[in-house]
Design a protein around this ligand. Structure first.
Ligand code: HAS
Ligand code: CU
Length: 561
């Protein structure tokens, strides 16, 4: 229609996509993502400082801004594992649920209220954290004592996640009323299981905060109890790792198969796996406390066995996800037993990031089994092996998956194309290589007995045989930092400079064996929630009741930094 552009050269006509207006939940998801990414940025900078710090190299943020190794490691842990994950999950699962159901969020106002509650809590916690008044690391074990604002702020963040659960549950209820008898779409079902599991699991942390740490930090009670606090912490602290992992699994099951050009192998098997996580994620926290005195060895053994039980849904995931990838590889012309793997669309950063994450996660998971073995744990507990493990799991299995997700989600939310695919691919493989080096060195240092969470460069007992491996931690850590910066650059340019394009549909995968093959029992809530509660009561009831009834709450707080 040349008449429309009379007097203007064609090249200046901007073609705006004429798609329907974006659903209002998009902005909410984008807001959560922005906070998550800011946290990851802070976590990445402090990560670099630590990798170098372990080798005795201190960059300018020391000592004006970062007061010590412990200050840095506290900021790093809180920002990366508590904030990046939680805010990403709140945004991503909300997005996935409303899109999979095709139903608007039950209350957008509640959604925004939740966002501001969590962000307000985060700011409250961040002030003492950054100000070196909460240098207690992400596990904040008492009797280390932080400023009250740190505990109150984190509690508000957790309370916010419960409101996410509420909002998604109300949304699901609306959908179920409109679709009587229909199976809940898999992505929404999985998102809901994740939030339900987390809500149940986070009660331990809430109790620790409300009954112990907050009154104590405010001076209302004189003392605390390390063992009771640690037990309540790990009640939540173990399942929190599945709270981080399950959204990655949501992507591996319901999006990656399609993105890889194939189909999900089995929808019912996926549901079964998530229900097992709902039931088994929480009653296993004592595997973090094998060396704690004051908990009966019999209960530790119960938790050890249940830990091996929760390994099973990850094996189901391994099988189902690899079978789905195989269908994608074969659709791209892969033949034979293995060559389908080579035919996966490796040029697509969304797929490359997530398959890379899976590969690394498999090693992290195997390491987890070593940790969970009661006697082997004695060798690795509190050594550098543990950060080696957690960087493969949450640091790569989860984080690299979330990065892969943002490579389609941020363009979709921004209405723009990804700024550079090549940069994204470089970022992914730099992460992969950097992490391989970094975590391998940490695992080996751990087996040589190097302690974790220690300013090792200044330790008088620094061993000669640790010295050749420590630079690998610094080089690997630097590569991770470079990769993270390339990631932020690409996302920032995508949001501001990317070519405008109409938002693509959410790439939910079809299943070879679909939801109608799944028994009705797998779409019920009450029996599974009841079973989860029963197992928690059995596994934790006697110990928590004894500790709570007998605690003198007499330990004074310490500020050792
Ligand atoms: Fe862990 C400590 C045990 C999973 C995170 N863990 C930690 C800490 C963190 C953490 C942060 O039992 C440190 C806490 C602290 O600061 O003190 N962990 C396990 C076990 C599993 C496990 C048994 N951990 C995770 C996940 C995490 C995470 C997931 C974060 C997201 N962990 C422990 C124990 C400790 C511990 C002890 C305490 C140690 C101590 O003494 O302090 C399992 O859930 C792992 C099961 C998973 C697998 C992998 C399955 C592979 C899949 C991908 C397959 C696809 C591929 C595609 C490979 C067995 C699903 C490739 C294609 C092909 C063709 C093959
Ligand atoms: Cu654990």
């Amino acid at each position: 229609m040349s008449t429309l552009v009379v007097g203007r050269p064609l090249a200046t006509v901007t073609t705006r996509p004429t798609a329907a207006p974006a659903p209002p939940e998009n902005r909410l998801t984008a807001a959560f993502l922005v906070v998550a990414l800011v946290a990851l940025f802070g976590g990445s900078v402090t990560g670099l400082l630590q990798g170098l710090g372990l080798n005795g190299v201190e960059l300018p943020p020391h000592p004006t801004f970062i007061k010590s190794y412990y200050h840095s490691v506290s900021i790093h842990g809180v920002l990366n594992v508590l904030v990046w994950t939680t805010f990403f999950i709140a945004g991503f699962l909300t997005f996935i649920t409303v899109r999979a159901l095709g139903t608007p969020l039950a209350s957008l106002a509640l959604g925004w209220g939740t966002f501001w509650l969590m962000t307000g809590g985060l700011v409250l916690a961040a002030i003492p954290l950054v100000g070196n008044a909460a240098t207690v690391m992400f596990t904040f074990y008492p009797p280390l004592k932080a400023h009250w604002a740190f505990y109150v702020g984190l509690t508000l963040v957790v309370a916010g996640t419960w409101l996410v659960t509420l909002n998604l549950a109300l949304t699901l209820r609306t959908w179920r009323r409109a679709h009587p008898g229909a199976r809940t779409p898999l992505p929404a079902f999985m998102s809901m299981v994740t939030m339900a599991m987390w809500t149940l699991a986070s009660l331990g942390l809430a109790a620790e905060m409300v009954f112990m740490l907050i009154p104590w930090s405010l001076g209302w009670v004189a003392g605390t109890d390390a063992l009771l606090a640690r037990s309540l912490f790990w009640f939540t602290g173990h399942p929190i790792v599945y709270f981080w992992l399950l959204p990655a699994y949501v992507s591996w099951y319901t999006l990656v198969p399609r993105q890889a050009g194939g189909k999900l192998f089995s929808d019912p098997l996926a549901r079964a796996s998530f229900l097992l996580f709902l039931v088994l994620s929480t009653p296993i926290g004592f595997h973090h406390q094998y060396t704690d005195p004051g908990i009966h060895a019999g209960w530790k053994l119960v938790h050890a066995f249940l830990t091996f039980a929760v390994f099973f849904p990850s094996l189901l995931t391994f099988f189902n996800v690899v079978a789905s990838l195989e269908s994608g590889g074969r659709a791209h012309g892969g033949r034979g037993l293995f060559s389908w793997f080579v035919k996966l669309p490796w040029g697509n950063p969304v797929v490359a990031a997530q398959v890379g994450a899976m590969l690394m996660f498999a090693f992290g998971g195997i390491g987890g089994l070593i940790n969970a073995s009661y006697n082997l744990n004695l060798l690795v507990h509190n050594t550098a092996w543990i950060p080696g493990h957690l960087h493969l799991t949450v640091g790569t299995g989860v984080t690299l998956t979330y990065m892969g997700i943002t490579y389609w989600l941020v363009p979709l939310l921004a209405g723009r194309a990804l700024w550079s695919r090549k940069l994204a691919l470089a970022q992914i493989w730099i992460w992969f290589g950097g992490m391989a080096m970094f975590s391998n060195a940490l695992h080996r240092l751990g087996m040589m007995g190097m302690p974790r969470r220690t300013a090792i460069a200044t330790a008088p007992y620094l061993q000669d045989d640790w010295k050749p491996l420590l630079p690998l931690v610094a080089v690997g850590g630097t590569l991770l930092f470079v990769s993270a910066m390339l990631y932020f650059l690409n996302l920032a340019l995508t949001a501001t400079r990317g070519r405008r394009e109409a938002a693509a549909p959410v790439p939910f995968a079809e299943a070879m064996s679909g939801p109608d093959h799944s028994p009705v029992l797998l779409d019920r809530w009450r029996p599974w929630l009841a079973l989860a509660v029963v197992l928690i009561v059995i596994a934790y009831g006697p110990t928590l009741a004894r500790l709570a009834a007998s605690t003198p709450l007499s330990t004074p707080g310490l500020r050792v930094w």
